[in-house]
Design a protein around this ligand. Structure first.
Ligand code: NAP
Length: 259
């Protein structure tokens, strides 16, 4: 049992995902935790979390080691996107060096279902190649920083969905729609049909909040080029907020305990 005099646990959450926001919401107002959510600073107006937060890179592995020590962080939860491989690798190295326990909160990848027309590839350059020579109408369900390889395949029409309006020119000719998830099946079906999309490129983000486009493609019988997750060295990981709370030594939120 936690004494009311016990010092709250200093937790760093590496964020930028819905999962990280859900974890922050579960820890908010809980006196057992003193948590800070870290954003890379890629989106212009990140969702304001209900706990302390900071924005920007740490300055590589050394910078993160320094941050962990200065801020007296006792636990790190890596809840970054499965494609944020560099941040995750830095967290593994820095936590090992600073002897701070690390846990990854990583949603499971999407599963191919019978009838799905998926082509799985290792990276975005291979995805661009896999579109083929003949012009297609392509929905790019990927990040702004992952668009460049498609510029070398200008015969296709590209529809890109971004969180923020682009400030400068994109690396490729594309129609842009702005939106921030979570999306729903009806909305994503409408996007695909209105733009007469005949193929989708996406990354295996996994999770429910981004799966509407996959479900819509499935329903419409569209082929999907699926970029596999990048390699991240082995680390302890779980798939749910509840498991993170258990790892932190507390399996119930204050609301669940009736506090
Ligand atoms: P990345 O390539 O793994 O990281 C590049 C650098 O950005 C890191 O070395 C680190 O800089 C900084 N960084 C990344 N995440 C950070 C965080 N949560 N807090 C502080 N610094 C962070 O990452 P990325 O793919 O550019 O993704 C950046 C952010 O967007 C992540 O927070 C991720 O969760 C989110 N996101 C990414 C994707 C995607 O497809 N990659 C999709 C949705 C959301 P220093 O080396 O200076 O510490």
């Amino acid at each position: 049992m936690t004494s009311s005099l016990a010092k709250p646990l200093r937790v760093l959450i590496l964020g930028g995902t819905t999962d990280a926001n859900q974890l922050a919401a579960a820890m908010a107002g809980d006196p057992r935790f003193d948590a800070v959510l870290s954003y890379a600073g890629r989106t212009e107006n990140p969702k304001r979390p209900p706990i302390a937060w900071r924005v920007g890179g740490f300055g590589g592995i050394e910078g993160l080691i320094g941050y962990l020590r200065t801020e007296k962080i006792a636990r790190v939860v890596d809840a970054t996107h499965p494609f944020a491989a560099q941040m995750s690798a830095h967290a593994i190295a820095a936590c090992a060096a600073a002897a701070v326990p690390l846990l990854a909160l990583e949603r499971a990848g999407w599963q191919r279902q019978p009838g799905d027309h998926w082509t799985e590839v290792d990276d975005f350059a291979a995805a661009a190649e896999a579109l083929g020579v003949a012009p297609r109408r392509v929905f790019l369900g990927i990040g702004r920083t992952q668009l460049a390889p498609f510029a070398g395949h200008p015969q296709h029409f590209y529809l890109v969905r971004l969180v923020d309006p682009p400030r400068g020119p994109l690396p490729l000719e594309a129609e842009v729609i702005i939106g921030r998830g979570p999306y729903d099946l009806a909305g994503d079906r409408a996007v695909l049909t209105q733009h007469r999309i005949d193929i989708m490129v996406t990354r295996d983000a996994g999770g429910d909040s981004a799966s509407a486009k996959i479900d819509a493609a499935r329903e419409l019988g569209l082929p999907v080029i699926m970029v596999r997750r990048p390699f991240i060295p082995a680390r302890e990981k779980v798939e749910s907020v509840a498991e993170v709370l258990r790892w932190l030594g507390h399996d119930k939120t204050p609301a669940e305990r009736g506090v």
